[in-house]
Design a protein around this ligand. Sequence first.
Ligand code: SF4
Length: 519
Amino acid sequence: MSDAVKAVVTHTAGAKADGPEMAESRAEDHQAKREARFWTGPFYNAGALHDDPFDKLREECGVFGVVGHPDAASLCYYGLHALQHRGQESAGICVAGGEGFRFHRGMGLVKEVFTSDVLRSLQGTRAIAHVRYSTSGKSELVNAQPLVFNYRGGELALATNGNIVNADELRRRLEKAGSIFQTTSDTEVLAHLIARSEHDDFELAVKESLRQLIGGYAFLIMTRDKLIAALDPNGLRPFVMGRLGDCTVLASETCAFDVIGATYVRDIQPGEMIVFDERGMRAERFAEPERRAVCSMEFIYFARPDSDIDQINVHTVRKRMGRRLAMESFVDADVVTAVPDSGVSAAIGFAEQTGIPYEIGLIKNRYMGRTFIEPSQSLREQGVKMKLSAVRKVVEGKRVVMIDDSIVRGTTSLRIVNLLREAGAKEVHVRITSPPYMNPCFYGIDTPDRKDLIASSHSVEEIRRKINADSLHFLSKEGLLESIGRSKTEYNGALCTACFDHDYPTIIGTEPSVSCSTK
Ligand code: SF4
């Protein structure tokens, strides 16, 4: 019996105490909810990433917040720097000071958006900040966050990491009721829900509004006198709280604390809303926690290796994934190498487990930056060479094990395998630290169309042939869960693995919205 079926059986068995009718109705309700999770639509995120020669999945956003520091904007600046891997399209900081909000947003990297003059102009003790990811053709300053509004209750700023699954439906309802949207961002939906709430009390309005959202999200919400942090009821996106002297900091990842010298306090809990105001800090709930489901791709690929998620270090998990891969799919070889950067920790683990030496066989060009020249097709095909180079002296004449985190379309894997072969590798054995990625993500990760996910329509052997590898192995789901080792007692190790097994932790509905950023 699968874990999912077991969960249903356990649930219905537990309901027997309420009598057969109640149990039957609960079972039907549960079944309906499960079916609603199984979206079968053909496409998702049409057009995303098509021109990117390096077709990795992309994290949507990162958030950072400060409460009670005289130079809140500078802390945000350094925090955003540490979160830059979560989004390179735009950055923004909104500060609440004595004279109201001051904010600055711009397109580009954090260092490009903020000068010292700009930071000096952002005076205030409380702030929320955001970095947003980049895809071609979707860059619009209007969607850069924090989004800032004026409504009947005064100034309101919002920043989020994640995605609201029912944003389209809510947006239609709000527009019918008279709301005029300024952006295409689903984050704005929450602003309108708050503004239209019947509650005059701001906290009640936020709670009521959050309860209407379905999806994975970490929100920072700020008014002139309050800052609120809220995490979705499944805890899909990482969200942590830290301390720096008397000041509290909030961030998508703990690596943002290290850079400013803050210490980790705790993870924000699913369905939790933490309020900061003149009365201090209060932890409240806007929803009961649902099935715990931290995004497993954060451990596999998105998060920085020096970050901890739920106090589990990401580098350590990746090393365990490499060890487990070695046990599941040993191959005799001369050298283990990684596709940088996310494959490095796992490659070290694979090498430790097998005794095959780890070597740097691929080098990433870190200074690519943005190119404003539209590349021709042939140059685009060369794109991977601009981003990665093989180290000939390391791989020439060798049997190489190449460790990567995932295969999305397969085009990048083919190019990297060919890079190694062109540099003289005798054999290339590909080992992937995740199960086959075959389902779209609805919770804030930019995923290509389902039809473009190679694993959704090809067997492992077919993928091996397509990427020109001598052998190919994906980490098993059991291997993934055990490597993360998050919770042996909770369903699925308290992780979301929907992109591998289609077991979405929330209702998906029939019309999924697209991202925390734009369509
Ligand atoms: S579907 Fe995959 S990428 Fe999306 S939240 Fe779940 S594990 Fe993460």
